[in-house]
Design a protein around this ligand. Structure first.
Ligand SMILES: Cc1cc2nc3c(=O)[nH]c(=O)nc-3n(C[C@H](O)[C@H](O)[C@H](O)COP(=O)(O)OP(=O)(O)OC[C@H]3O[C@@H](n4cnc5c(N)ncnc54)[C@H](O)[C@@H]3O)c2cc1C
Length: 411
């Protein structure tokens, strides 16, 4: 039986584990976190997400977790609406959809779907990968060593597999000039309600606060600001000090968010980066998801691409019959890249002004952004915008044959 090691049990890693197991592979997932990782904001179930989850037989479960959404609204310090974009705008194909679930729930559904052919090793990662041509010897942090026919780096934008086999992060990382902190806020009796709205509050100096619906009694909170570099990931105090300095004078719910961030179990802070790797495969090692092509959260497509990439990689391995003839793995990896790269490249092309609109520099820029959000909903521009949103990949292209339609063995 062919053996695969997937490093990173996130969206891409756990989806691939599911498909490979169904194709008869023996799968090990090495996840650095001590348990399945919760956290993250909402994931759009349109387009690729829906198609791949349907193929995996998990769409109904995902639908049961939908978070009620009413739309996006850009607000002032006092909560006055500068612009609104309800979910009904653009016939449901706009910025926020009524088909969104929390990343936490999607990750849990994928993780729980794994059968007995998938072995998760939590608190584990790789220290070395030695590609011997017909197999890869992986040395783990725990000290164990094992051989695999295939190693997949699904370990996110700061991938260790990429560092070990493809070179240092600085070769591939393209910062977009913004950073983002996010966490789940447990509502208190005096917490202002969001009532299903994704609220965005911007202040001059490229800073913004966001609050959106989460599980009942919770809100998903974000703080966006200008930065290319951040304090080290393990230095939480330095991270909170940076947020305190950046948002001290900001108003709206800044003080509440800064206090809550310190107690949130899923607090995370990272830069908005893209990852550009010229070739994703090297012998029997391949990158998948954010480690290969992170398009940044600003694309809104990170999870859709991770799911799609996992389905395409599984399909390429299936087509090459790599599960029974592991000698074909390198050929399958090349075929996967040929299929997947155009999609990833397209997703990385952010619409003009996307970064500036997320965090305008000036008060005028903030007002202009709100005007744009109102104007694009005018009857004249609506059809044009509908087509533009569809082209971002949220809506499935009915003319395309994808991994979920060819050579399918999935549920
Ligand atoms: C907890 C969390 C919250 C997130 N929240 C958001 C969000 O709110 N908005 C958004 O746009 N994107 C968010 N993301 C990123 C989003 O999930 C990805 O952009 C997208 O789903 C692509 O999936 P991926 O599997 O490539 O990466 P990820 O989903 O990031 O998964 C990578 C996995 O690899 C693990 N890992 C990292 N390093 C190692 C290592 N050295 N060894 C072993 N395992 C390792 C991580 O713990 C993680 O489980 C979040 C990611 C995580 C992990």
């Amino acid at each position: 039986m062919a053996r695969a090691l997937i490093v990173g049990g996130g969206i891409a890693g756990d989806t691939l584990a599911l498909f490979l197991e169904r194709d008869g592979w023996e799968v090990t997932v090495a996840e650095i976190a001590p348990a399945p990782r919760a956290g993250g904001q909402t994931v759009d179930l349109r387009g690729d997400c829906r198609e791949v989850l349907r193929h995996a037989g998990l769409l109904d479960q995902a639908r049961e977790c939908l978070v009620p959404q009413r739309g996006a609204a850009w607000i002032t310090d006092g909560g006055r609406r500068l612009a609104e974009m309800p979910v009904e705008a653009f016939d449901g194909q706009g910025l926020v959809s009524d088909e969104e679930l929390l990343r936490t729930d999607l990750a849990r559904i994928l993780h729980e779907a794994a059968g007995s052919g998938v072995r998760h090793r939590f608190g584990e990662t790789v220290e070395a990968l030695d590609d011997a041509g017909d197999r890869v010897l992986a040395r783990f942090r725990s000290g164990a060593s094992e051989e695999f026919d295939l190693v997949v780096g699904a370990d996110g934008a700061h991938s260790r597999v990429r560092a070990l086999r493809f070179g240092p992060e600085e070769n591939y990382r393209r910062p977009l000039g913004l950073a983002h902190a996010w966490f789940t806020l447990a509502e208190q009796p005096d917490t202002p309600k969001v009532d299903g709205w994704f609220l965005l509050y911007n202040v001059p100096g490229r800073r913004g606060l966001e609050a959106r619906p989460g599980h009942p009694g919770h809100q998903e909170v974000g703080l966006t600001f200008a930065a290319d570099e951040l304090p080290p990931r393990h230095d939480r105090e330095a991270q909170f000090a940076l947020l305190d300095r950046t948002f001290a004078d900001v108003g709206w719910r800044a003080a509440e968010f800064l206090a809550a961030a310190r107690h949130a179990p899923d607090f995370a802070l990272d830069t908005f980066d893209q990852v550009h790797v010229p070739c994703w495969h090297n012998g029997r090692v391949v990158l998948l998801g954010d480690s290969a092509w992170c398009a940044s959260p600003l694309s809104g497509l990170g999870t859709a691409l991770a799911l799609r990439g996992a389905a395409e990689l599984a399909a390429a391995l299936r087509t090459a019959d790599a599960g029974t003839d592991p000698g074909t793995v390198p050929t399958a990896l090349a075929a996967f890249e040929t299929t997947m790269r155009p999609r990833a490249t397209q997703a990385q092309q952010l619409p003009p002004g996307r970064v500036a609109a997320m965090a305008p520099r000036t008060a005028l820029g903030i007002r202009f952004n709100a005007w744009v959000m109102r104007t694009v909903q005018s009857p004249l521009l609506r059809p044009l915008m509908k087509r533009a949103f569809a082209a971002t990949g949220h809506a499935p292209d009915p003319t395309e044959t994808t991994a979920t339609q060819k050579n399918s063995t999935g549920g």
